[in-house]
Design a protein around this ligand. Structure first.
Ligand code: SAM
Length: 279
């Protein structure tokens, strides 16, 4: 056992935490597995950890047992609070719980650097938060690394390389600003209740500087426009994006007949700089 608290099945029974689909509740009950996920975030001893969606606290206990300096856990479901309070009592001064919707909260104020984010979240909320964490008003962001569970297909989109079907906006955005890799894949029966699909943990480490220079807003719009019509050649897909797009493509060293999914992040950045006139 990783701690002296009751097994998670007992916690769930004691506190009546039947899983709610509306909150995307698929719980991890194996504490050896949650400790293993916690280890994917690296050395936690000198870091504050932000956990979104602790639920009954399996991953929270993994993070604390693995030595996190402090964990701030944000949970929307008030039914989980009593169970989380028991964990806080077992680890005095190291766990703070906020009952809130993570999408409504600015958590950076509650944490001290270095900050690692770790979460097993409903997939739609996870993707939304990932995009927000990758697109702050200024860089570097409040976090050092993100260790997040996603539906396996979404994880593959985050780490995808040019030329593959999964390569798109999420890959460009994530890899431009972070080193991203899949570090674990779990079958449905690792969760209670089991979801329909496999899940993967993605670890993203912040790049101090984005991979290549480009204006983030322009790059974001350019990548969105290019992939919105991913089957078209770029000269057609980007026709309405900027006047003289064919010339810009050529000046950036890109054949106008290429398609978005063939373009590397370096080429997207070169094209964004060319359009902005800063190349
Ligand atoms: N971390 C726990 C585990 O691994 O067993 C629970 C994971 S479960 C997939 C997702 C958790 O996120 C649930 O506890 C759910 O109540 C919570 N949640 C869902 N939407 C949320 C939101 N918008 N903000 C905060 N927590 C949320």
């Amino acid at each position: 056992m990783i701690d002296s608290l009751p097994p998670l099945r007992e916690v769930i029974a004691t506190h009546g935490l039947s899983a709610r689909k509306s909150l995307g509740q698929n719980f991890l009950l194996d504490l050896n597995l949650t400790a293993k996920i916690a280890r994917q975030a690296g050395d936690l001893s000198g870091a504050d950890v932000l956990e979104i969606g602790p639920g009954p606290g399996g991953l929270t206990r993994g993070l604390l047992a693995e030595g996190a300096r402090r964990v701030l856990a944000v949970e929307k479901d008030p039914r989980c609070l009593a169970a989380l309070r028991e964990i806080a009592e077992a680890y005095p001064g190291r766990l703070e719980v906020i009952n809130a919707d993570a999408l409504d909260l600015n958590v950076a104020d509650h944490l001290t650097a270095p900050i690692k984010v770790v979460a097993n979240l409903p997939y739609n909320v996870g993707t939304e938060l990932l995009v927000r964490w990758l697109t702050p008003d200024s860089w570097p962001p409040f976090w050092d690394s993100l260790t997040l569970m996603f539906q396996k297909e979404v994880a593959q989109r985050i780490v995808a390389q040019p030329g593959s079907k999964a390569y798109g906006r999420l890959a460009v955005l994530a890899q431009w600003r972070a080193e991203a890799q899949i570090v674990m894949t779990l079958p449905p029966d690792a969760f209670t209740p089991p979801p329909k699909v496999h899940s993967s943990v993605v670890h993203l480490k912040q790049r101090a500087e984005p991979l290549f220079p480009a204006d983030p807003v322009l790059l974001g719009r350019l990548v969105a426009a290019a992939f919105n019509r991913r089957r078209k050649m770029l000269r057609a897909a980007l026709k309405g994006f900027a006047p003289g797009i064919e010339d810009h493509l050529i000046a950036a060293g890109i054949a106008p007949t290429e398609r978005a999914e063939q373009l590397s992040i370096e080429e997207f950045c070169a094209l964004a700089r060319q359009i902005a006139g800063t190349s």
